[in-house]
Design a protein around this ligand. Structure first.
Ligand code: PLP
Length: 410
């Protein structure tokens, strides 16, 4: 191994898909050939310039990349400490980072000659991104969504249907994201020949965690160049919210070997991690186990039963976390903290009022942590936070939390 990679955090996963003790391929024998075929095809695509040329062209003309790196001047002034930059991935087509990954997987599906795309979705953001790209390429799209989530997320269900997708309500288990992912995996095994499974975060069996990370790494790669252009150096702290961990992994990965850069992942603390079990903080409040084909930190009870997460933000509501985060946590290369619903809501209002940006509730968790640390840091400390989604989808939730009835005229 070359010297510069000897102590690198970027070499993982190994050939079995392991990041230290995490990740891997815990799948049934029927699924194994599909996973191996996907892995081989991804390895070929990864080194094919034509694949990345097509990707870059779509990122530019369809998604609207690069997303700006924006100096949040009023926010910086109000907090009175570190200089705050926001990576504006909420400006992407469909309003979040999800499409970066979906485009990559669907280009791969096209190379493999697959004409039917399946996906799981919780809040509906990944389902919408997948339905969008399928419409663009004329592919059949089936989205598995917990029956409970179908009820809670009607606007996104309608969006997916407008885009031509079939939304399948999943009633097994508790009818949430975890169950939707199980059903999608079952569908994949049954419809091997024409179907490609497009996973929405850095979870699942190898190669998904690494592949999704690679597609999302455009976030960190751009941020690094943009910070260099703006400040002539690296940021001191980078920070992102974590559901499964894909937007965070995308921001973090290009910086992993820049040891001067402090890396912070922010989990959803719901009603409080120490006081209650009503949270989604898999790393700060869970322990290792196996779910959806990989070993990672999970929310589980004493018998190893997976628990439902709880958060004001539907997009953070996953009981696991990508295995690479579990490894970065154990190696201490990254720090993981949690933020409560209440703190996230305060950050939401703060962001609207200081910067004229209505953020999604997910990145508000990262912002709430920025609000905690920035005042204590010197003015020349550079923070880069990923603004991974916009808030249009969340205004009803926020109104309810603030006690405002927006169905009636003011
Ligand atoms: C889906 C989503 C998330 C959570 O997913 P990650 O894989 O952790 O990035 C976070 N923010 C937004 C806006 C989302 O849509």
């Amino acid at each position: 191994m070359p010297d510069d990679l000897l102590n690198s955090f970027k070499t993982g996963p190994d050939e079995k898909g392991r990041f230290g003790n995490f990740g891997g391929r815990f799948v049934s024998e029927t699924l194994m050939p599909l996973i191996l075929r996907l892995d081989a095809e991804y390895e070929r695509a990864k080194t094919d310039p034509a694949f990345w040329d097509e990707m870059r062209d779509l990122w530019t003309h369809y998604v609207g990349r690069p997303s700006p790196l924006y100096h949040a001047a009023r926010m910086t002034e109000r907090l009175g400490g570190a200089k705050i930059y926001l990576k504006r991935d909420e400006l992407n087509h469909t309003g979040a980072h999800k499409i970066n990954n979906v485009l990559g997987q669907i280009l791969l599906a096209r190379r493999m000659g697959k004409e039917r795309i399946i996906a799981e979705t919780g809040a509906g953001q990944h389902g919408v991104a997948t339905a969008t790209v399928c419409a663009k390429f004329g592919l059949k799209c089936v989205v598995y969504m917990g029956a409970h989530d179908v009820e809670r997320q009607q606007p996104n269900v309608f969006r997916m249907r407008l885009l031509g997708a079939e939304v399948v309500p999943v009633t097994s288990g508790r009818g949430t994201l975890k169950d939707a992912m199980n059903d999608a995996l079952r569908d994949w095994v049954t419809n091997v020949r024409d179907t490609f499974y497009c996973i929405g975060t850095v979870a699942g069996p190898h190669p998904y965690p690494a592949m999704v990370r690679d597609f999302q790494s455009i976030i960190g790669t751009e941020a690094k160049d943009q910070m260099q252009a703006a400040e002539g150096r690296l940021p001191d702290t980078i920070i992102a919210a974590i559901g499964g961990g894909s937007n965070a992994m995308g921001l973090f990965h290009p910086f992993l070997d820049d040891r001067s850069v402090r890396i912070i992942g922010v989990e959803a603390g719901g009603k409080g991690v120490d006081e209650t079990m009503q949270h989604c903080a898999s790393l700060t409040g869970g322990r290792p186990g196996v779910l959806h084909g990989n070993r990672t930190y999970l929310l589980q009870d004493d018998d190893g039963q997976i628990l439902e997460g709880f958060s004001i933000s539907a997009g953070l509501d996953y009981p696991g976390i990508g295995p690479e985060h579990a490894w970065l946590h154990e190696t201490k290369r990254a720090d993981y903290v949690s933020i409560t619903d209440r703190e996230a809501l305060a950050a939401f209002t703060f962001c609207c009022e200081t910067e004229g940006i209505i953020p999604a509730l997910e990145p508000c968790h990262a912002l709430a942590h920025v609000m905690k640390i920035a005042p204590e840091l010197p003015a020349d400390h550079l923070i880069c936070m990923n603004m991974c989604g916009r808030g249009d989808k969340d205004i009803f939730t926020v109104a309810k939390a603030l006690g405002v009835d927006i169905s009636k005229p003011a």
